[in-house]
Design a binder for this molecule. Sequence first.
Ligand code: C2O
Ligand code: CU
Length: 456
Amino acid sequence: MTLNRRQFVAGTSALLAVPAIGRAATPPKTIEARSGLARIAPDSYPETEIWGYDGGVPGPEIRARQGETVRRTLLNSLPQPTAIHWHGLRVPNNMDGVPGLTQEAVQKGDKFQYDLPLKDAGTFWYHSHNQSTEQVARGLYGAFIVDETNPPDRDHDITVLLDDWRLGQDAQIVDDFGSIHDWTHAGRMGNYVHAHVSPITEVLTNQRLRLRLVNVATDRIMYVSVRGANGKLIAYDGMPVTQPEDFETLVFGPAQRVDLVVDVTSDVGEAVQIILHERDEAFVIAELPVSRRGTTVARGTIEALPPNPVSVLKDVSDALTVPLVMEGGAMGGLRQGSYKGQVMSTDELVREGQIWTFNGIAGLPKNPLASVSRGDVVRIQIKNDTVFPHAMHLHGTHFQEVLADGSLGPLRDTILVDRIETREIAFVADNPGDWLFHCHMLSHQAAGMKTWLSVV
Ligand code: C2O
Ligand code: CU
């Protein structure tokens, strides 16, 4: 087609209207933190009053493609200040959503714009990072899925958020968020584990499913298996494994994720089930009924996903080694600790709601655990001198575990360190800024377990 003069003129002026840099930016969408009602308990109970993004639990699933930039303006309509952390995304430091470290908390009625360039594909999530023991327990979280440029072969892509609610007989949230008993022990355990599963129309026999499991509970470790489908584990905490792995019962510390690719082995009338294992019991927490017969053509082998553009460690011989000793909690024998620059006895600490220490310090210290230069290899030796497990989460970058034989584990952003156990992690500090490092049992975090790293 040849352009006539009018079309040509219209064309150029339209071009001139476009800002000089790149495509016209779409205005950021608003995400409102506010109260709402959600169906959590079974139908015979009333709905639960929650706090949620856009008033729902979970908040809207954010979905975009690797390489894109997601923009969201947080509007705070809660009775408390808040902020959003984009868990596992390697974002610029000032977008990380940590009040007191990377931004001011957003006051009631105020807004904050988050611009999130998506470097990595995978399963991530977002949640409140202010008074999070309460705000996450009330429902302020959602899934954040970044699609690969060429997503792997599958019929359904299903997000399963595993949550833990403490509900009264009226199905309302019990508002005992500051319970010292919870904080000194394993955290605030609910009485109702619930799975939010993305709505899918129907599952057929032999279909291939990608399951993205996320533990969004504030404190509960979950033991989960899948029945009625067979396959492989393809990613931990959003990062692909180099070789798909067999799996049985999966252990999820708070905030941990796993991606599975499984083929349906259940028959029509049966279901694919997500099972929660608690002590010696097994509970079905989610079911995908198989409604019809699908094709019987055998599926191809489950391939590894392409790696994300992360600096993978080669060896850790030149690493800067940083010790981190965890102490405190019930039966921990903590004698004293420093809090806000003052040395206090255990009784004084408890009066401040501080029960756990990292290297003798409770709460966010004035100085970082370590100050390193961009590109340094950092190795943190996490020694758990308490009688509780802790789910340590590093912001801003994924790490690899240094295993006993010196080999390196898969990339993760949260590691579950068992009682009286020492584990080591290492990473390339390639994301500049101040990054929080804390226990993702949010009660433990509130009661002291947090520190930070400075990368300059
Ligand atoms: Cu998912 Cu510091 O948090
Ligand atoms: Cu902990």
